[in-house]
Design a binder for this molecule. Structure first.
Ligand SMILES: Cc1cc2nc3c(=O)[nH]c(=O)nc-3n(C[C@H](O)[C@H](O)[C@H](O)COP(=O)(O)O)c2cc1C
Length: 155
């Protein structure tokens, strides 16, 4: 299933929520910032902190991702299958995604006026510098749904 250019852009610009589950069906959902479409049918998520998510991915590849873009007033669910890469070309892409996202974060946080939030952002930035990709998770998209009722599914 192909993602539109717009969906690919929205993935880059928003926090998305990744749902996994145990083989028995117990769900787990986490926010994700390190996500990037590498083709119109595949996206990469960088595992820097996964725990339960990683265990679930190893035992059950079925995932769902949900996000809302408030700028465009669009909201989607994507479903697909995940594969974990710990070495090789796909894994190497995780470093580029981290670099690119760090740049985006710096740009958007530069616009924050509140000093308390700026300080929190600085601390988070420092923490991010110490994070290393443990794996790249390649998700092949199989289904796309709009969360907006009555809306035509735009892809
Ligand atoms: C805004 C935000 C973005 C996050 N982005 C990522 C990410 O891109 N990659 C990652 O491994 N963890 C990320 N995390 C951490 C995960 O959401 C989660 O805390 C981690 O997977 C541990 O939870 P789990 O045991 O359910 O997997 C992020 C957390 C927040 C609050």
């Amino acid at each position: 299933m192909r993602m539109s250019e717009e969906i690919q852009q929205m993935l880059d610009e928003n926090i998305v929520y990744l749902a996994t589950s145990t083989p028995e069906g117990k769900p787990n959902v986490v926010p994700i910032g390190l996500v990037h479409a590498i083709s119109d049918e595949e996206l990469l998520i960088v595992d820097v902190l996964f725990k339960k998510t990683r265990r679930n991915l190893e035992e059950n590849p079925e995932v769902a991702i949900s996000f809302t873009d408030f700028k465009r007033l669009e909201s989607y669910q994507l479903k697909g299958k995940a594969k974990i890469f710990k070495t090789g070309e796909i894994y190497e892409k995780a470093f580029d995604i981290m670099k690119d996202k760090a740049e985006r974060r710096r740009e958007s946080l530069g616009k924050v006026g509140d000093p308390e939030i700026s300080e929190r952002a600085r601390k988070i930035s420092e923490m991010h510098k110490r994070l290393k990709p443990r794996a790249a998770v390649l998700i092949t998209i199989e289904e796309i749904y709009s969360h907006i009722p009555e809306s035509k599914e735009r892809r």
